[in-house]
Design a binder for this molecule. Structure first.
Ligand SMILES: N[C@@H](CCC(=O)N[C@@H](CS)C(=O)NCC(=O)O)C(=O)O
Length: 208
């Protein structure tokens, strides 16, 4: 059995972790989980009690939540340089924007796609404030460039970059030039292309 098992579905956030695993270049075993019965089975809930993908098992430990998985893998394999080293001030950018993408950004885009209206007087108690404020904050995240941590490509680019790419694709994030340029820099990476190919192949094989 592999030391790294990856539970996913080709039409899920698992694609983000797939890209991360391809960036990592460590061996892993993929277990494709179908939506519905299989994902909500007792066997799979023993991995993720929510019956959701993605998840990984690494040396016996389970990690769920896409941003946590990306961070964990970057931390476990520091030699891959997918996270700034301890003591590097860029760790502040990494941590800040990983959490920003996981919480305020995801909530702002979900609210937009589901048409949840937050009353102006309630914005103070809502983590993302309002959609415009949350999206404008991304200008600062991308200001250093070419990546979130400046010259160093890291796991936060995998996660935040995927959020931007999907957000622009699904119309929940505006196609600002800065966002489009950043995403095209990321999607042309061999690891991103490889992960994409593996998922598309899986979708095609299921359609047969
Ligand atoms: N917070 C989780 C969200 C996971 C999630 O919602 N996954 C969706 C696919 S993108 C899922 O498994 N949905 C199936 C279901 O809930 O039945 C993460 O970031 O990984």
């Amino acid at each position: 059995m592999s030391g790294l098992i990856f539970y996913t579905n080709p039409q899920s956030r698992g694609r983000i972790v797939h890209w991360m695993l391809e960036e990592l270049g460590e061996p892993y075993e993929t277990q494709w989980i179908n939506y519905g019965e299989e994902m909500k089975s007792a066997a799979y809930r023993a991995v993720n009690p929510m019956g959701k993908v993605p998840a990984i098992r690494h040396n016996g430990a389970v990690i769920t939540e896409t941003p946590a998985i990306c961070t964990y893998l970057a931390m476990q394999f520091p030699e891959k340089k997918l996270i700034p080293s301890q003591g590097d001030p860029r760790l502040a950018d990494f941590t800040r924007w990983m959490f920003f993408a996981a919480a305020p950004l995801e909530m702002a885009t979900t609210a937009r796609s589901l048409g949840w209206e937050v009353a102006k007087e309630r914005e103070g108690m809502v983590g993302f404030g309002n959609y415009v404020e949350a999206i404008n904050a991304l200008d600062l995240a991308l200001a250093k460039g070419p990546y979130i941590c400046g010259e160093q490509f890291t796991a936060v680019d995998v996660y935040l970059g995927s959020a931007l790419m999907w957000g622009m694709q699904f119309g929940t994030i505006d196609k600002r030039d800065l966002f489009v340029q950043y995403v095209s820099r990321l999607t042309s990476r061999p690891a991103a292309l490889n992960a994409n190919r593996l998922n598309e192949e899986r979708i095609a094989s299921q359609a047969k």
